[in-house]
Design a protein around this ligand. Structure first.
Ligand code: URA
Length: 235
């Protein structure tokens, strides 16, 4: 793909458009061993070799990261006051990353972060019904009746009932542990589903989204790139 030199450097996180234009003008950038002083110079992203201040800058069209989201950060690309999930991806090249869907600020677990809009659309489209599985701790005794109600769909105050969801009860006590698989991504959906049953979610963590499973080796707040296989399976 052909791309302007200043756009290439900006997309790869080397500074703002005006910063990289200045750097190019000062002769700090080489393409295939030749100093290029024109920001509008068109280069071939796949094959041309770019050095910025002597350091190679490789081009990545898409980046895909799996984050084990910690509580306390918001699911957004940028925010003037709060830490976002994209801020946690410190080794990124691209500056146009965004989270695929939202987890609440206090929810932990699997979050895909990418700049691949088409993939995000496929995963989030309500028509595609991508399964999302969560582990939850619930204040209250979760029962088989709750599982049956979730399987049928329940009223959480929206126009429509929730779609059938699968509840697996891991422990049923005063505080219960469950795994719940839902096919939608409504606002605060799981908290509202339990609330509608007179119970409250006290801890929530996403374990799975479609074919993508949270890597157990990732500690809370850690991330890694998706493997080729994971990307192919998602696509
Ligand atoms: N359901 C919720 O209530 N919160 C989340 O973060 C995700 C699903």
């Amino acid at each position: 793909m052909k791309l302007r030199l200043d756009k290439y450097l900006t997309e790869m996180g080397q500074g703002t458009r005006s910063e990289v234009k200045k750097a190019v003008g000062k002769g700090l950038v080489q393409v295939n061993g030749v100093i290029i002083k024109k920001p509008e110079f068109k280069l071939e992203t796949e094959t041309d070799e770019v050095l910025y201040q002597g350091n190679p800058v490789f081009y990545a069209k898409y980046e895909y990261y799996m984050l084990n989201k910690p509580a306390g950060v918001i699911s957004a690309s940028e925010d003037s006051r709060e830490t976002t999930v994209v801020d946690l991806i410190t080794r990124k090249q691209r500056q146009d990353l965004f989270p695929v869907g939202r987890l609440d600020k206090d929810t932990e677990g699997l979050l895909l972060i990418t700049n691949d809009g088409a993939l995000a659309h496929r995963l989030l489209s309500p028509k595609k019904h991508v399964d999302k599985t969560y582990y939850a701790r619930i204040d209250g005794k979760v029962t088989q009746e709750d599982a049956e109600a979730f399987a049928e769909g329940i009223d959480i105050g929206d126009e429509k009932l929730t779609m059938p969801a699968m509840l697996v009860i891991l422990q049923s006590r005063c505080q219960s542990e469950v795994e719940l698989t839902i096919r939608e991504g409504r606002f605060h959906q799981i908290k509202r589903m339990f609330h509608a049953r007179g119970k409250e979610v006290v801890y929530l963590k996403r374990l799975r989204m479609g074919s993508l499973v949270l890597d157990e080796k990732l500690k809370t707040g850690e991330y890694r790139e998706l493997t080729k296989k994971e990307i192919e399976e998602l696509c």
